[in-house]
Ligand binder design. Structure first.
Ligand SMILES: C[S@@+](CC[C@H](N)C(=O)[O-])C[C@H]1O[C@@H](n2cnc3c(N)ncnc32)[C@H](O)[C@@H]1O
Length: 260
């Protein structure tokens, strides 16, 4: 069995598997930015295929998309032009001055350790102008308190892409010591290639822990809620206001760097 990440190594497949034809995520971010009068310069950390960065660019913003994956960055430059796309690690970066940092679809949870979270928030603080915003959307660690529905049974999925039929079997486990949600996904294809095993992990970040971290780094939390958002069910619709609970499986954050 070989190792790899079928989805992030193939950005076109990633977009096909997680379609967002109405650019809901980008529109949701733009709505948050407007609600708090954010300036025009936006950094999208963990920008992936670049579709959200490009949406913000089309809304008139000056956008930088940053990611660790060269495959994602090349795809973003070719398919979602407008923003500038740069290689950077969200654990620590120095990419200039911004009015907002955006971190979507659990990219922030690739900060696994407390040091990495501190590195991310320190970099955000240095990048943001006074009063700048941090907008993030991710899994909610608190969802797993007392719920095992996502952990109980491996999930199987199948689809055909470019003439090849793929099957995946996904297992999620909670590592309580590291406070990580670990995912093992095994892909098999009908083209004779060997199975591919992909391992990922996300930090299980709890709402009150996040509030504490943000306060320690000089941020005021403006919104922290479980929806509606671009990946909730039902999904967010234009002009819907943020909720007040943090119980369901997605977490949405808008925080502002204190002005001195
Ligand atoms: C789930 S994808 C989300 C992509 C995009 N934000 C979206 O919402 O479609 C997570 C992205 O984070 C990137 N990533 C993972 N670890 C990273 C790190 N340490 N620094 C920067 N990007 C990272 C991956 O390459 C991938 O493109």
């Amino acid at each position: 069995m070989s190792a790899g990440n079928l989805l992030t190594d193939h950005p076109a497949l990633y977009e096909a598997r997680f379609p967002d034809p109405d650019r809901l995520a980008g529109r949701w971010v733009e709505d948050c930015l407007r609600r708090y009068d954010a300036g025009p310069r936006v950094l999208d950390m963990g920008c992936g295929t670049g579709r959200d960065a490009a949406h913000l660019h089309s809304a008139g913003r000056t956008v930088t998309g940053a990611d660790l994956s060269e495959a994602m960055l090349s795809y973003a430059r070719a398919r979602h032009p407008g923003p500038s796309y740069v290689h950077a690690d969200l654990h620590g970066f120095d990419l200039g001055a911004f009015d907002a940092v955006v971190c979507l679809d659990s990219s922030l949870l690739y900060c696994h350790t407390n040091d990495q979270l501190d590195g991310f928030l320190t970099s955000c603080r240095e990048a943001l102008t006074a009063g700048g915003l941090l907008v993030a959307e991710m899994r909610n660690g608190a969802y797993f308190l007392g719920r095992t529905d996502l952990l109980d049974n491996p999930k199987t999925d199948s689809f055909t892409w470019q003439g090849t039929a793929y099957r995946s079997r996904t297992t999620l486990t909670v590592d309580r010591t590291a406070q990580l949600l670990r995912r093992t996904r095994v892909w098999t294809a009908d083209d004779g290639s060997p199975p591919v095993e992909q391992r990922s992990a996300w930090r299980l970040l709890f709402p009150q822990e996040l509030r504490h971290l943000l306060a320690a780094h000089g941020f005021e939390v403006l919104e922290l809620h479980d929806g509606p958002g671009p990946r909730t069910e039902p999904p967010w619709r234009e002009s819907e206001l943020p909720g007040t609970t943090t119980d369901a499986d997605r977490l949405h954050l808008v925080a502002r760097l204190h002005t001195l």
